[in-house]
Design a protein around this ligand. Structure first.
Ligand code: ATP
Length: 313
């Protein structure tokens, strides 16, 4: 689903790379934490996946697309397949919970009927039923982040990136947010979460990818956030081969969700990707947990890597 091959990113007017020769594969349906101290390159990794930044060297594949060869006009289609959640929630302050989530579908051209159906389903999924008409400032931080997650997930993207989503939250609330991301992951969505949050990482026992000054130093299944004792590893290829919200007039300023009834605009998603793109998303919302036990398919085109211990830190 996400493949980094010898990826180096050096920002203009800097000497040390933000990411330095990173090799990495995250398969479809995986949940991975990306950890490391401030400045280790976590956000850069996320931005590269979104094609908000371009690599300096190396290659990135996302959902079957080679980002270096992706024409600018196809970047929106890439981003429709990636939901994003940030530390600072980034909600629209003058819109209700419902409107914030609806907005994500609206910009995709979804019909009012679809919006009216899927927004309440998604709000229920994230545990915000009954809060549709509240404004962001009438919510706790954890609730605001749930709105942001609902907005990121409402069109069922195959990939969800979360950059420090618990950075502004207390430990209990943080755990709830990560458990929600875990639930979303169980529907089949690939989740990558950058974090400093030791407690949550240790509680979840998921894959932990560790960066140190731009270098991928370890990649562990069911790992933890043990600082100082993780063996340094390098990724060695094996022979086996096996995939700012625009402020627009939306016409949806009515605080009453019932106002969205009935008016079909069609679900034109615009410029669709080429056939090489994996996983065109479903237009309908499935109940959460429907796919929870489905086998996690590995992408067929991605190289497999294995972690090799090189030295102790
Ligand atoms: N736009 C930019 N221009 C120049 N340097 C940048 C830019 N963005 C990030 N960097 C540098 O790249 C390195 C990695 O930064 P990045 O934000 O990816 O780290 P991070 O691990 O996400 O940090 P944090 O946990 O504090 O968010 C840092 O040295 C940072 O100063």
């Amino acid at each position: 689903m996400i493949l980094f091959e010898n990826v180096t990113k050096t920002y203009p007017r800097t000497t040390r790379p933000a990411l330095d020769d990173v090799n990495l594969e995250i398969a479809r349906g995986e949940f991975a934490f990306v950890v490391g101290t401030s400045g280790s390159g976590k956000s850069t990794m996320m931005q590269l996946v979104m094609k908000e930044q371009d690599v300096t060297r190396g290659r990135i594949l996302v959902a079957g697309r080679d980002l270096d060869r992706l024409p600018e006009r196809k970047v929106p289609a890439l981003r429709r397949e990636i939901g994003c959640v940030f530390q600072d929630f980034r909600l629209l302050p003058n819109k209700t919970v419902f409107q914030n989530v609806a907005y994500a579908l609206q910009v995709l051209g979804s019909s009012r009927a679809r919006i009216r159906q899927t927004v309440p389903e998604t709000l229920e999924l994230v545990g915000l039923e009954g809060m549709e008409k509240r404004l962001p400032h009438q919510l706790s931080g954890g609730e605001q982040q749930r709105v942001a997650i609902a907005r990121a997930f409402v069109n069922r993207p195959p990939i969800l990136l979360a950059d420090e989503p618990t950075g502004n939250l207390d430990p209990d609330t943080s755990l709830g947010i990560v458990q929600l991301l875990d639930r979303i992951n169980r529907t089949g969505t690939t989740v990558v979460m950058a974090t400093h949050d030791t407690v949550t990482v240790n509680a979840m026992r998921k894959r932990v990818i560790r960066l140190d000054r731009g270098v991928l130093i370890s990649d562990m299944e069911a790992g933890d956030y043990t600082t100082g004792s993780i063996p340094r590893v390098r990724l060695e290829e094996t022979s086996g081969r096996s995939s700012a919200e625009p402020e627009v007039s939306d016409g949806f300023d009515d605080a009453d969700p019932a106002a969205y009834a009935g008016d079909h605009h069609g679900d034109d998603h615009g410029d669709e990707p080429d056939g090489d793109a994996a996983g065109e998303q479903s237009a309908t919302m499935a109940p959460i947990g429907r796919d929870a036990d489905a086998p996690r398919a590995k992408g067929g085109i991605f190289r497999r890597h294995k972690a090799v211990q090189t030295s102790d830190r």
